[in-house]
Design a protein around this ligand. Structure first.
Ligand code: FAD
Ligand code: NAP
Length: 347
């Protein structure tokens, strides 16, 4: 366990905005966790790779950096392998490790930044696949009850970029490991727009291998997304809103080109990127923050933005979209301590 006082968090969040923690504790084992005073969610903050958070304020208490590592095989049969992954494992490295070992199902989730422990928090998803398709259970320290908890996937209430950990019981569970059941036979998932074309450009004919699908996804992402090393960002800043069929119908009459995707529960998912572009907000800058010129969903730190400037820009985008479409966009990253930013806790 490492401990630092008055620590800078600038290199620990991919927005690269300045912020400080009164105390920074790096957890390397479960024993480290148990030797600490009980975390206080009102003052302390759990951090993985810092790729889905906007720090608008300093942390008055302790930032707990989860670096508990390990990838263990628990069971194997003809169809699948069950693995336990420490929360501090790098997600993309895990995906590559799985592919190298012939364990499948994670290829489409290649190159998502961050650590394995945060993957259930927003049920990470990309290119038509979500963590929910392979997650078996989550092991966590229940900070409310000061006890260990094992939550089956069904208890994690995984939804579209959502979970129990994000919306229903935020800051209650400190995730220490996740269990994944990964199929051994490979079934390519290449129906999502762009993957088949990227494979064809790579000269892949017939059924692709898992490594080829992963490479195609990596290249697509590198082409489309601003690299946080070049311009700080947290990926998509806004979730695609989900509305009822009636609202979707009204919007379709007014804006026939607005992309819409019907969901299994009857709701309709709308393209947040299209709405932002339609309001001519791409490139809009406030202080050192801007709506990326490459990707309307991504807000970037163009150099010396503060978290407050990024949040001011985000609020302006949300207001302008709401004025035009009557839909309030919801931020996808956690907004740490901006006035009025706390998402409502779901029952
Ligand atoms: P952090 O940002 O450190 O934390 C996120 C939240 O989880 C915080 O609320 C934190 O308190 C909580 N948390 C972190 N660790 C734990 C833990 N061990 N226990 C309990 N709570 C914890 N996301 C996608 O879903 N799909 C994508 O395709 C995608 N692409 C991205 C591309 C870029 C360029 C970037 C910068 C981000 C992208 N993201 C994407 C968002 C982000 O990478 C993921 O949400 C990722 O899972 C966040 O992991 P992290 O370790 O960085 O979490
Ligand atoms: P894209 O492929 O250009 O698609 C733009 C948006 O349209 C995405 O938000 C996607 O929703 C939605 N979409 C496209 N086809 C869809 C379909 N058949 N059904 C339902 N929704 C559909 O997006 P992109 O920005 O280049 O990203 C590619 C993938 O990586 C997407 O899955 C995206 O979610 C993921 N990604 C996520 C982040 C993040 O921070 N969360 C950052 C970068 C990329 P979905 O988001 O639901 O897929």
């Amino acid at each position: 366990m490492k401990v630092a006082e008055q620590a800078s968090l600038e290199s620990l969040n991919t927005f690269r905005v300045p912020a400080r923690a009164a105390l920074l504790v790096t957890l390397e084992s479960e024993e480290d966790l148990l030797s600490l005073p009980p975390p206080r969610p009102d003052r302390d903050l759990l951090l993985g790779g810092g790729s889905n958070i906007l720090l608008v304020d300093d942390v008055p208490g302790t930032v707990l950096l989860n670096r508990i590592r390990g990838i263990d095989v628990l069971e194997r049969d003809a169809d699948a392998i069950l693995i336990e992954v420490g929360a501090g494992e790098n997600w993309h490295a895990l995906v590559q490790h799985a592919i190298a070992h012939g364990w499948h199902g994670l290829e489409n989730l290649s190159l998502i930044p961050g650590l394995a422990g945060a993957a259930p928090v927003q049920n990470i998803g990309a290119y038509g696949v979500e963590l929910s398709s392979v997650l078996r259970s989550v092991t966590a320290w229940d900070m409310q009850r000061a006890t260990w908890a094992v939550l089956d996937a069904a208890d994690c209430r995984l939804g579209y970029r959502d979970s129990l950990f994000r919306s229903h019981e935020p800051d209650r569970y400190l995730i220490t490991s996740i269990r994944l059941r990964l199929p051994l036979p490979f079934t390519p998932r290449i129906e999502y727009a762009g993957i088949a074309e990227a494979l064809a450009r790579d000269g892949v004919t017939g059924s692709p291998s898992a490594a080829q699908v992963s490479q195609a996804v990596i290249r697509l992402r590198q082409q489309k997304l601003p690299d946080p090393q070049q311009a700080g960002n947290a990926g998509s800043f806004f979730k695609n809103p989900e509305v009822g069929a009636d609202t979707a119908g009204v919007l379709a009459d007014g804006f026939p080109a607005l992309p819409r995707w019907p969901l299994a529960d009857g709701a309709v998912k709308l393209s947040a990127a299209w709405m932002i572009e339609h309001c001519s907000l791409k490139g809009l800058a406030r202080g050192g923050a801007a709506v990326s010129g490459r990707h309307a969903l991504v807000l970037v730190n163009e150099g010396h933005a503060t978290g407050a400037e990024v949040w001011q820009l985000a609020t302006e985008v949300m207001n302008r979209v709401e004025d035009r479409f009557g839909i309030r966009l919801e931020p996808e990253p956690r907004i740490y301590r901006a006035p009025g930013a706390r998402a409502e806790r779901k029952p």
